[in-house]
Write a protein that binds this ligand. Sequence first.
Ligand code: HXC
Length: 282
Amino acid sequence: MLQERKEYLSEAWKDGLFILFCTGGAGSICSAQTRALVHLGASAAIIGRNKEKTERMAADIATARPGARVLAIAGVDVRDPKALQDAADKTARELGGIDFVIAGAAGNFLAPMSQLSANAFKSVIDIDVLGSYNTVKATLPYLVQSAKSSTVGATHPSIGGRIIFVSATIHYTGLPLQTHVSAAKAAVDSLSNAVAIEYGPLGITSNVIAPGPIGGTEGMERLAKSDPESVAKSAKRVPLGRLGSVKDIADATVYLFSDAGNFVNGSTVVVDGGSWRVNAGG
Ligand code: HXC
């Protein structure tokens, strides 16, 4: 049993020292991840394309804890390295650095390959893969600094300088209408693994969270539109007998960004109720 909260959430957590940079932070999954971290003491910047949506979500997340600082940085397309660099610099300037990064911005739609133009395929690859690369590239100097100056103490490994990529499970088996996303997410997983090896020696961890079928997300809503019964059918196919919740993903995020995740690097945390093992594409 947990004896004391601080064993899993270091002293630094209690003081709200950590600063999160999250792309796609206004989306259903990433906003829940951000909300959980802010609730536990972090400050955050959420990065999005749509100004109204990003600002509304930042204000909403800020209610998770009295006095929380949540910055909305809107008008940023993750495909644009300069825009991301400006966002990272602004976050560091206004919040004091960057300790945690969630590369969560993604593009997705259902389309058979026969109706997928080269540009449509490229758009998803660019948002997911290039966007994730741009996110890490822009924040890397701050993560290096965070890992170096961690105040957690000699008895604890550094807790600063951590990255989570939000991926998927569909590419483990393949899924119809998702050739573009399958290719993109496989590359995101590889990117994370390479970052883990290259920057582990500097104290930075890089891991993937792979959500399965999660209720209340944009992806699920699209599925429901294409077939209203599909959501209930998806839930029945999950070995644990239910859809995941955004809280399930937030909990995995807290794990990776807490002391519980100190020695986890280059891993994928699959949060799908066991789904992909029995259903193609989760
Ligand atoms: C075929 C399509 C299409 C569709 C767009 N395109 N939608 N092709 N079927 N349903 C084509 C367009 O015709 C165009 O190709 C090309 O894609 C780019 O479209 P644009 O609208 O110009 O691009 P852009 O504005 O950049 O939009 C990117 C996008 C869009 C990916 C197409 O859906 C988007 O912005 N999505 C971001 C939000 C999002 O998808 N979130 C969901 C994340 S959920 P042509 O040839 O005409 O130029 C998630 C869960 C994954 O990721 C889990 C997997 C199950």
